[in-house]
Design a protein around this ligand. Structure first.
Ligand SMILES: *Cc1c(COP(=O)(O)O)cnc(C)c1O
Ligand code: SF4
Length: 355
């Protein structure tokens, strides 16, 4: 593999400072094809609109999206699944920065889900019995405008191997934890080498029985699912489980669809969680189509999340009543296993709260 030219990286703006360090190291050690795909992602609103043959007049609410902590970021693979000329495209609307983001709405705060109170060691969050979550990196391959961790202080979290010692010690000492969730940001943003370093340390803890990858990369950057990743999973003692994040049936197409199918064929349990989003997937038809697209390739719907009330995301909120009505409609048209659980994350509760 030829090394990733540094020139290309110059305009790569990851969400967190630590992420940048990882990316730079990858560049030094030679980039793989998914890293080149990431370097080729769209980072400017005008480029995004131009590629979709939209003019600023078609989407007057669009803004430049150059916020330093959460700039526009869209991989080409995801862009190819959008419909040119459609300003309401449900994939476009997940990633397009609009002026509503800058309106403060009452009740929409920085840490809506109580992450900071759940932090038990650097990089380690525990809210629920038996499961703990590792904040593996601050970076993602896409910036979803409704992201519940768009304001998470990632700079305080581990970056290098030894920074993880306290979290690994805490997991080793607490035998009540049987499942570790790799989250972030997106854990698959780590290179296979770095992922292996972390996974092997968790996998070596004998009371850990399952390791869950919470990742959107199979959806937005399918080339990330490498044969090295497959081989890492096959060497694990504990059971890997993958929870992906797709919100609309149009995402389950082409390279994404093939990659999900491949994961399922490897024997990987693959579940999907989505977020109920105004104007994107807030009708029964949208959710039924999403569930059908998933189950047709063996991916199981898991959670449909009520939006977390994070600052700058109020324009995505759908009333809980509509969510309940959608679930009722889904029950009448789909097999029981295809209906996700509608849940909300309420700080201080002992599980996600069913609505
Ligand atoms: C959502 C979440 C989990 C996972 O909960 P499940 O219901 O097991 O999917 C675990 N830890 C934290 C901190 C979470 O936010
Ligand atoms: S992939 Fe997940 S963590 Fe990353 S921006 Fe989207 S919602 Fe946030």
């Amino acid at each position: 593999m030829s090394p990733l030219p540094h020139a290309k990286l110059a305009n790569y703006q990851p969400a967190g400072e630590g992420a940048e360090r990882v990316t730079t190291e990858e560049a030094d050690s030679g980039a793989t094809s998914w890293q080149r795909d990431l370097a080729g992602a769209i980072r400017r609103t005008d480029d995004l609109l131009a590629q979709l043959r939209l003019t600023p007049a078609d989407v007057p609410e669009a803004v430049s999206g150059s916020d330093i902590n959460f700039p526009l970021l869209v991989p080409q693979s995801y862009l190819r699944r959008m419909t040119a000329g459609d300003p309401r495209d449900p994939l476009l609307r997940q990633v397009l920065p609009v002026n509503d983001e800058h309106h403060d709405a009452a009740g929409f705060v920085l840490d809506a889900v109580g992450d900071q109170d759940a932090r038990t060691a650097p990089g380690l969050l525990q809210k629920y019995h038996g499961r703990a979550l590792l904040m593996t990196t601050g970076s993602c391959a896409i910036h979803c405008r409704y992201c519940f961790r768009r304001e998470y202080p990632y700079q305080q979290e581990p970056k290098r191997r030894n920074d993880w010692n306290d979290a690994i010690d805490a997991l080793t000492q607490d035998t009540s934890i049987s499942e570790v969730i790799l989250s972030g940001g997106d854990p698959l943003m780590l290179s296979d080498t770095r992922l292996e370093q972390l996974v092997s340390r968790v996998d070596a803890i004998s009371h850990i029985r399952r390791i869950r990858f919470h990742t959107r990369l199979p959806i937005v950057l399918p080339s990330r699912i490498t044969s090295e990743f497959r081989s890492l999973c096959s060497r694990m003692r504990s059971q890997p489980i993958m929870v992906v994040h797709a919100n609309h049936a149009n995402e389950i197409a082409s390279d994404c669809q093939e990659t999900l199918r491949e994961l399922v064929c490897w024997g990987m349990p693959v579940l999907n969680q989505s977020v109920l989003l105004k104007g994107i997937n807030d009708t029964a038809a949208d959710q039924i189509n999403l569930s059908r697209s998933l189950i047709d390739i063996g991916v199981m719907p898991y959670y449909l999340h009520q939006l977390d009330r994070v600052r700058g995301t109020a324009h995505f909120e759908v009333p809980v009543e509509i969510g309940r009505h959608i679930i009722q409609q889904m029950r009448t048209e789909l097999p029981g296993y295809a209906v996700p659980q509608l849940v909300q994350e309420i700080p201080g509760e002992l599980s996600k709260t069913p609505l």
